[in-house]
Write a protein that binds this ligand. Structure first.
Ligand code: FES
Length: 276
């Protein structure tokens, strides 16, 4: 993983478009109110923003779009707290403030020509969308791409339109804990898919989702022969202040917000906090 210089100056943005992804998750497409700031803004897949609706606090949210969509930025918001509930109430044209980008990002040099296996649970697909969409723009930057996605129910599955589109350059596997009569994918956990999909020992695996999926996923990946330094975990869920102050994100001697949000399993495997 690589890191860039963080930008702590707040930027005012405006909500340009709102897309409902599931009953609990909305995608917000944001535009810079100052076009010159937008022209200079840059980020890499995996990096996050601090997003605030003034008077309601701040939330850590990973950018879900790619640099080719700049100067617009896209984020996915699950309504869980004071600030995110207020972000869900925003209308097109409303102001919103961001700082960032923060955090490390995916190193495509390490991924070049390799089989990439993405394992996403629930809203965990959102922080990985920028990575997948960057590969979509230039599929040759990696070898084969496999995307394994799990949701509680078909209704909770986010980015359905993207998942249909991504089949043109990747293999998509879906699972739901509880399915309806129209469901064609696997019924069960996303980690069950690791028993069904053909994955080489030299693949790079990238995981993002609820901590409960990490342990079974890592066990299965290691059984396939994938090394600890080829298993990446995005731990963005652990962050709260995003600035190294609240200690909410500590993982042993690491802070997810300062040293991450993405780590290889070899970097953090001795820290039990990964699974909590
Ligand atoms: S999120 Fe607060 S210290 Fe890392």
């Amino acid at each position: 993983m690589k890191k860039t210089q963080s930008n702590f100056i707040p930027n005012k943005m405006r909500v340009k478009k709102i897309i409902g992804l599931s009953p609990a998750v909305k995608s917000l497409i944001l535009e810079f109110t100052d076009k010159n700031v937008g022209k200079k803004f840059c980020f890499k897949p995996g990096q996050f923003l601090m997003v605030s609706n003034l008077g309601y606090g701040e939330s850590v949210l990973t950018i879900t779009s790619t640099k080719s969509e700049l100067p617009d930025l896209e984020i996915a918001v699950r309504s869980v707290g004071n600030n995110t509930q207020s972000l869900h109430r925003l209308k097109v044209g409303d102001p919103i403030w961001i700082t960032g980008p923060y955090g490390n990002y995916f190193d495509f040099d390490k991924m070049a020509g390799r089989e990439i296996v993405i394992i996403a649970g629930g809203i965990g697909l959102a922080p990985l969308r920028s990575l997948i969409k960057t590969i979509e723009k230039n599929p040759k930057i990696v070898g084969q791409l496999k995307v394994l996605v799990g949701a509680k129910t078909p209704l909770d599955l986010i980015y359905k339109a993207d998942l249909a589109k991504w089949q043109s350059f990747s293999d998509i596997y879906l699972s739901c804990n509880k399915a309806d009569s129209k469901w064609n994918g696997h019924i069960g956990k996303v980690t069950d898919l690791l028993d069904k999909v053909d994955i080489g020992y030299d693949a790079i695996a990238v995981l993002c989702g609820p901590p409960v999926m990490f342990e079974p996923a890592i066990k299965k990946l290691k059984k396939l022969g994938i090394g600890d330094d080829k298993i990446y975990l995005m731990l963005e869920r652990k962050m709260q202040c995003g600035k190294g102050k609240c200690q909410h994100c500590t993982c042993g001697d690491k802070y997810v917000c300062i040293d991450g949000p993405t780590f290889t399993w070899s970097e953090i495997k001795n820290n039990w906090e990964v699974f909590k």
